[in-house]
Design a protein around this ligand. Structure first.
Ligand code: UD1
Ligand code: CA
Length: 428
């Protein structure tokens, strides 16, 4: 069945207590709205996103990800509310699936479930112990949905109803066209409610859905719950594919990360956007961002910053790598490797620093094969170290070094015998 999709994202999101629009808050590295659009695109090629508050900001951001969705500006001044939101939608197909922009856990398969019914309106409901804030679903004695009553409009009796509106609907397009003009704002919030359409149809089907999957994020506390649930989902999928995780509840993986082959992630690892991992072992408390790592071991406590490519290498503790390519390299301890390219067989001694920034520009350090870099070396970029070079410990490298050379700059060591006693006297 072909469906059009409307995603409501025009609300102010007051309960988030933030200057950032609600749907722009991220979980697992991406905006809530991004997650739902991505899934909606799997079920429809006609997607309408309804915006109002900070519309330009949201539109600009989403246009970076998607180029084939329609943005509609709600006539919020005259028609506020979720009913007002869909008044401007002109669906291409006979059915319109209406989603909330604040439901980041919804997946394409959940959306598809609505299309299995042939009713004028398919609404979604679940039963919950704490229905506060949700619209309550009213039914007649035959279990047919009669109407939805919002929290703020509910009588004390109605508030006791624990069957609530999950907020996703599939409408027949002609039904909408006929009934949207009938909505009024005669309610506690003086808004046009999409939920009033339920009371206007005699052919409503209620789909029972999962409370967690359909949770609406209204506050930063809800945001944390949704993120936890998505993290569980992401990690479970990888573990089923053979990724070993130690204390997975302490591991954080953003939504587009790719992990292949046999990988181990120890506790406290963060794999951020754009990271790709292949047959590698990431030890405790590493942060890896937008980098590709294969056949390597990283950490513990290493930080790999964007645009690094690390292959067949060993990166040890307190090593920071940024925008660098390492192939067959050992950098065991306490180093900064930025804007560098380092080739096979090279050993980076403890405390090595690529001095890549002079306060104005960033410069490259190129290191060839089988180079031995002694501890506490500074490489002042731009600089080129050819193959088979030895750099003595404590050297500050300011020039390119030719193949096969030794580089050393050290003040000669002077030893003054018995100086201690002359200085402190015999007492010590
Ligand atoms: C809504 C439902 C409620 C349901 C709950 C499920 C209504 C009136 N109530 O309540 O029955 O139990 O979802 O999560 O629909 N929006 C607009 N334009 C507006 C107002 C809101 O686009 O003028 C968007 C918001 O950005 C949001 C969505 O609609 O993405 C829902 O709005 P929200 O204020 O969160 O509704 P709830 O109070 O949660
Ligand atoms: Ca909501």
């Amino acid at each position: 069945m072909k469906v059009s999709v409307a995603i409501m994202a025009a609300g102010l999101g007051t309960r988030m207590k933030s200057n950032l629009p609600k749907v722009m808050h991220c979980i697992s590295g991406f905006e809530m709205l991004y997650h739902i659009i991505k899934e909606a695109k799997k079920v429809s090629d006609d997607i309408h996103i309804i915006l109002y508050h900070q519309a330009d900001l949201i539109k600009d951001k989403m246009n970076k990800y998607f180029n084939d969705v329609h943005f509609i500006i709600q006539d919020h001044a005259n028609f506020p509310g979720t009913g007002g939101a869909i008044m401007g939608v002109n669906p291409k197909y006979e059915k319109l699936l209406v989603l909330n922009g604040d439901m980041p856990l919804l997946q394409a398969k959940d959306m598809q479930n609505f299309t299995h019914f042939n009713a004028e309106v398919v609404m979604s409901a679940f039963t919950c112990k704490e229905p506060f804030g949700y619209g309550r679903v009213m039914m007649d004695s035959d279990n047919n949905v009669t109407k939805i009553v919002e929290e703020k409009d509910a009588t004390p009796q109605e508030k006791k109803v624990t069957s609530v509106n999950a907020g996703v609907y599939l409408f027949n397009t002609p039904f909408l066209q006929e009934n949207l003009p009938k909505l009024t704002n005669e309610n506690a919030q003086k808004e046009y409610y999409i939920t009033d359409l339920i009371g206007l149809s005699h052919n409503v089907k209620a789909l029972i859905v999962d409370e967690e999957t359909f949770m609406g994020v209204n506050s930063k506390y809800h945001l944390s719950i949704a993120e936890n649930l998505m993290q569980e989902r992401i990690k479970k999928e990888f573990m089923e594919k053979g990724v070993l995780m130690r204390l997975p509840q302490s591991i954080y993986i953003e939504a587009d990360v790719e992990i292949e082959g046999e990988c181990i992630l120890e506790n406290g690892v963060s794999l951020l956007k754009g990271t790709k991992l292949l047959n590698s072992h990431v030890k405790s408390n590493c942060v890896i961002e937008k980098s590709t790592i294969s056949n390597s071991s990283i950490g513990p406590m290493a930080r790999i910053r964007p645009d690094s490519v690390i292959e067949n290498s060993h990166i040890g503790n307190f090593v920071e790598v940024k925008k660098s390519t390492l192939n067959g390299v050992k950098a065991g301890h306490l180093s900064y490797l930025g804007d560098a390219s380092i080739d096979e067989g090279t050993n980076i001694g403890c405390g090595t620093i690529t001095c890549n920034y002079d306060g104005k520009g960033k410069y490259k350090t190129i290191i060839g094969k089988n180079v031995f870099i002694g501890s506490d070396t500074q490489l002042i970029a731009p600089v080129n170290i050819e193959d088979n070079v030895i750099i003595a410990s404590g050297t500050t490298v300011t020039k390119n070094i030719k193949k096969g050379s030794l580089a050393i700059n050290r003040a000669p060591l002077k030893i003054v015998e018995n100086f201690f006693y002359k200085f402190f006297g015999d007492k010590k």
